[in-house]
Ligand binder design. Structure first.
Ligand code: GLN
Length: 504
């Protein structure tokens, strides 16, 4: 039999329906691939017994011609999603061995539709980071090898200190690496400032951050609640659309989730884009941007033009303030959300002579460096005396950023095309050991979309001279993910899939 892990989600779905293989066979193939890829450190918990039980139940349904839209399809779940009876840590020591008694709304919808869970995926601690190096479980390795490395050299580094190998992006680095390594058919992820799109760009995968309010945040460990959104990372645009359909929908338990019908996103892939107007924002042509990325961006625009779209120059004048404003708003909300981790209710507890000392010691031991940095920045910008100068100002900038997009859309633009990241994947330890601002600069093209609450799709635009994937980003009107899927389909048809060759 062919290797079932090479299939896309849609191909596997069709194969199951045509009874070419069973859900159990499909799941077993993936479990074996997960075990063989442990060096990548994409999974922080494997749940083969859960997966096999779910697959057996799916097989019963499929045999009767029943089952949901994702019946029998093995997925990976980012460890930020609360999973009932299955350890959920957000990759932080402070949450420890917490086993939720609840299921997040998004994962419960995936399971309702028949999905199979292979395990929990690694991420930056509390989703704070752009390289997956802040995880308490250690870094994840990008399935794409550094240029010039042969398999033996890469394998040796994998079992050693991993230095020189590439990061898969973050914070959803486990999700992007697992999809790229064919150790799940698709994965859940979250995006507060780029955590779906940047890892997708670094691994040749496709990820969408839907419009704020499209998916319920209920049961997902909170980072910055006004920015957080769940979404999928998948092998293709169509796979991504199929997953989002199950993940999306109104949830009375999250008052920010919107009560709107969920379209058949998959039907948008392959639809004509003739007559659509695509904006190219001049402010995204940042200093020091590589010629390769410029060229890729222009090529992407040409593909859409060839498909009948109109490409126009647009201006988003407040773009340059987005990154500093994001790094005020996000830590401010994080400092508030993370106040609950006190060592009393769950996770790590360091005893102290009184309750205050217990809090202090627990938080000192339980949080990693980057999380502590965010809590300190967040507390500072919210404190009396600095609130107006930082937090309030950042909120005003946020409104201006949102207005920039509204103006462009009001002028008739249907979607905006930008690069997804300013560079290809970098090396493990390369940025983590530098100034934290260097790491923050990775998010320059993605944070605006969260600040404005808009949908953003990242997909492969091609490869650089070293064969590493480079991503493009399509930004849409609120709740118009369908146009992004149609446009993404056009680019994907031209670029094809950017896949890693197995060496691990
Ligand atoms: N890299 C960004 C940060 O560290 C975004 C993270 C995310 O989207 N969760 O805040």
């Amino acid at each position: 039999m062919t290797d079932l892990t090479n299939l896309t989600l849609v191909e596997a779905r069709e194969g199951l329906k045509a009874k070419k293989f069973t859900a159990t066979e499909l799941t077993k193939a993936h479990i074996a691939a997960v075990e063989a890829a442990r060096g990548l450190n994409a999974y922080v918990l494997e749940t083969p017994e859960v997966a096999l039980a779910q697959a057996a139940a799916s097989d019963e349904k499929l045999a009767k011609g029943e089952g949901g839209a994702l019946e029998g399809l093995p997925l990976g779940i980012k460890d930020l999603f609360g999973t009932k009876g299955v350890r959920t840590t957000a990759c932080s020591k402070i949450i420890g061995n917490f086993v939720p008694e609840y299921e997040s709304t998004v994962t419960s919808q995936l399971f309702r539709d028949g999905a199979v869970m292979l395990g929990k995926l690694n991420n930056d601690e509390f989703a704070m980071g752009s390289s997956n190096e802040t995880s308490a479980f250690g870094p994840v390795v990008n399935p794409f090898k550094p240029s010039g490395w042969d398999d033996a050299k890469a394998k040796a580094a994998l079992s050693g200190d991993k230095k020189g190998l590439l990061v898969p992006g973050g914070s959803s680095g486990g999700s992007s690496a697992a999809v790229a390594a064919n150790i799940c058919l698709g994965a859940t992820a979250t995006d507060t400032g780029g955590s779906i799109r940047q890892p997708a760009a670094f691994t040749g995968t496709v990820g969408i951050k839907p419009t704020y309010g499209r998916c319920s945040r209920w049961g997902i460990v909170a980072f910055a609640s006004s920015l957080d959104q769940a979404g999928p990372i998948a092998k293709t645009v169509k796979d991504c659309a199929a997953l989002l359909r199950s993940m999306a929908g109104h949830d009375p338990k999250d008052s920010t989730s919107v009560d709107m019908p969920v379209p058949d996103f998959e039907a948008a892939v392959g639809k004509s884009v003739a007559g659509k107007t695509i904006g190219i924002p001049k402010e995204y042509r940042v200093d020091g941007m590589s010629a390769e990325i410029e060229a890729l961006w222009a090529k992407g625009a040409q593909m859409l033009k060839d498909a009948g779209a109109k490409v126009v120059d647009v201006s988003l004048p407040h773009t340059k303030y987005a990154l500093p404003a994001y790094y005020i708003v996000a830590p401010a909300e994080a400092s508030s959300n993370l106040a609950r981790y006190d060592g009393v209710r769950y996770g790590v507890r360091e005893p102290g002579k009184d309750i205050i000392e217990l809090y202090e010691k627990t938080r000192a031991a339980g949080f990693g460096r980057e999380v502590k940095r965010r809590i300190m920045i967040g507390t500072y910008v919210l404190s009396a005396g600095y609130y107006d100068a930082y937090y309030l100002k950042a909120q005003k900038i946020r409104t201006l950023i949102k207005k920039d997009f509204e103006d462009v859309y009001a002028a008739g633009v249907d979607a905006i095309l930008t690069p997804a990241t300013p560079s290809a994947a970098f090396g493990i330890a390369q940025m983590a050991e530098a100034d934290p601002v260097e790491m923050y600069l990775n998010d320059i093209f993605t944070v605006t979309v969260n600040m404005a609450g808009l949908p953003g799709l990242a997909l492969p635009g091609g490869v650089d001279a070293n064969g590493l994937p480079l991503g493009l980003q399509l930004i849409g009107r609120p709740f118009d993910e369908e146009t992004l899927f149609s446009l993404g389909g056009v680019i994907e048809d031209q670029v094809g899939r950017v896949s890693a060759k197995r060496w691990w």
